[in-house]
Design a protein around this ligand. Structure first.
Ligand SMILES: [Zn+2]
Length: 264
């Protein structure tokens, strides 16, 4: 096998490993996102309740001030009633006193309702705060192990990339860039051994001329059908010899040979 092909196959093997590590790293993103989301939800709940209490407290104070004003007015009315001598004055003052009393009673019951609501909201706020604190506490371990696992994978990844770069130096720049482009597009293997007389990736038969270039000249060529790089694996070694990492390489393709001959 040509040394450049051998180097590219080694690079491809490293790329498989690199993609696997990248995949594992990417799988952490949703786990982190779901931790963030749970925490955010708990803290949002606290904030929402806190704001509602703020608004309700404002309303409470406003009503409280209004009641104070109404009570003072009511007291003045009562005094007027006490001093009223003439029947007509007394009747008018009485009506005012009665009306003010009703208004005051309504407002006071409304204020009591608000106080009750505020009490309930304060308990809810306390519960939400406790829940948020519990979630923060709960997540400490999960976040710690995510961080540890991520940094372990990141150092594995940078080591794997370093090793890969070393091996890639054995591949010509133009072949390497073609390979890189195809691998990036496919997000997977880019270099395939021909399977019998067909493409190892898409099984399309390879025209005679190209096949000769692969088999005889040992070139690396592009599959016209699916665009991967093709090479011809050397003759299969005797049974029992260590297998290569390209499963397509050793598959016999008798039917394909016949059909390939037909259109070659
Ligand atoms: Zn193909």
């Amino acid at each position: 096998m040509q040394p450049e092909l051998e180097a590219l196959l080694a690079v491809q093997e490293d790329d498989d490993a690199i993609r696997a590590i990248e995949g594992e790293l990417a799988a952490f993103a949703p786990r982190l996102a779901s931790l963030d989301k749970a925490r955010q939800r708990a803290h949002d709940e606290v904030e929402r309740t806190r704001l509602a209490i703020e608004r309700e407290t404002d309303k409470y104070r406003t009503l409280e001030a209004r009641i104070k004003e109404h009570r003072e007015k009511h007291e003045r009315n009562v005094a007027t009633l006490d001093q009223a001598r003439k029947l007509r004055e007394a009747t008018a003052a009485m009506a005012q006193v009665e009306m003010a009393r009703r208004v005051l009673a309504e407002e006071e019951s409304e204020l009591a309702g608000m106080a009750r609501r505020l009490g309930e909201m304060a308990s809810a706020l306390e519960a939400h705060r406790a829940a948020a604190a519990a979630i923060d506490e709960e997540q400490v371990g999960a976040r710690e192990s995510l961080r540890a696992e991520t940094s372990r994978l990141e150092s594995m990844l940078s080591e794997a990339r370093r090793v890969r770069a070393d091996k890639a130096s054995g591949v010509g720049a133009s072949l390497l860039s073609r390979y890189d482009r195809i691998a990036a597009r496919r997000r997977s293997q880019a270099l395939f051994a021909i399977r019998g007389l067909t493409c190892g990736a898409c099984d399309t038969s390879i025209p005679l001329q190209r096949r000769n270039a692969l088999l005889v000249a040992g070139l690396i060529d592009v599959c016209e059908a699916c665009g991967v790089l093709l090479y011809a694996a050397p003759e299969a070694p005797a049974a029992g010899a260590p297998a290569t990492d390209t499963p397509a390489a050793e598959t016999p393709a008798t039917d394909a040979a016949a059909s390939a001959d037909a259109d070659g």
